[in-house]
Write a protein that binds this ligand. Sequence first.
Ligand SMILES: [Zn+2]
Length: 454
Amino acid sequence: MRYVLAVVLVLGLAAGAAFVVSGRAVAPAIRILQPTTFVGADTTLDVTVEAPKSQLSRLDIVLEQNGKRTPLFSLAAPGTAALTQETADRIRVSRPIGKRALPDLQAGAARIVVTAARTVLFGLRTRETTAARDITARFTPPRIAAVSTHQYVNLGGSEMVVYSVSPPDASSGVLVGDRFYPGYPAAGAGMKSSDPGLRVAFFALLYDQDLTTPIRLVARDEAGNQAQAPFDYKTFTKKFTRGRIELTDDFLHRAVPQILEHSPELKVAVTSNEDYVPAFLKINNDLRRIDAEKLVALAKQTSPEMLWKGPFIPLGNAKVESKFADHRTYFYKGQEIDQQVHLGFDLAVTKQIPVKAGNDGRVVYADYLGIYGNCVVIDHGMGVQSLYGHLSSIDVKPGETVTRGQQIGRSGMTGLAGGDHLHFAILLQGQPVNPVEWWDPHWVEDRVMRKLHE
Ligand SMILES: [Zn+2]
């Protein structure tokens, strides 16, 4: 009898211990990745659940709104969503939950509730987790409309439009073909207005885009609802020049090794005379493209405020050696070996002439930059930046504020430069545009200032 009691006691203790231990076994871990705040017409639900070997006895996802429960997913009926095994222990459930997928969804507050469970202790106990996310359903597309009038865009040139967007937290801007130019709060351009949705956007028709490229205002709110609106603009063609560049051995032997030394990513070396032309072609194509990508990345550092005022200043008394969008054909020993488009102005005066900031701004780059050699990029805000290439010396540092006319370095022939000159470029969201407009007081007044004052 005592023996039986002892056995019962031991078994009881063991069962109790197992109960306690199983109670500590990990419950499933739920993460609601999407939506975070809003649901619109085409929102996607994204949930991950983690449990040992992904063994779940239950997984239910429900949308609650106004006392109504709409099932979004259930292990019992997984057909409604895409279920993917991400790791041995983690699954992901994805499905559309916007108005298009759930026509009964109403605008306003709603809640997503996820319940996951796994059984432990040979199926005798269940460990359950619940996670919820409060969301707001919003289906009204944003409203967007132009405020300024008479936008005129030259091929390769820039323009600016003032417009109003509602709700003000919607992201918006100008779409030129597939290129997006964000708008910035108009207060950053000194405009005083009671409309918190008033925006200023600088945009461009790039030298290689078609004159008939559609240009329109676009907006997208946090719920993913989109709107677009036409505005008043005209495009004008522009004839670009063509040039010939004769490559000499002197030039190749001077420029190529210096650029390669600063560009290990190209993985090119020159040892014999035959290596120079292939290395030049690699620089003129691959490095040129890498540099262009770096300039687009630098545009992300732009200030939301317009830091400049008045026309940009050119290099005084300079001889123009090459214009914007000059189509160049490269020859070596009489043979055509390459073609490129020159996306800036080449200005020459004398050797090592002081180079001045074209306008007020903040330095975002001051270092060697591929084909541009020693290079300074100044941010003027709202996506507008100016570039100064081939410098012999640099007098500024990144982060430094500069004023119009301040010396930033001296001209030189570093990078891909045949002689001492300044390569000057204006960039809009990192894309080169014609600098001539930005030097022209009439253009600056009519295309920019007039619209800010009106
Ligand atoms: Zn140039």
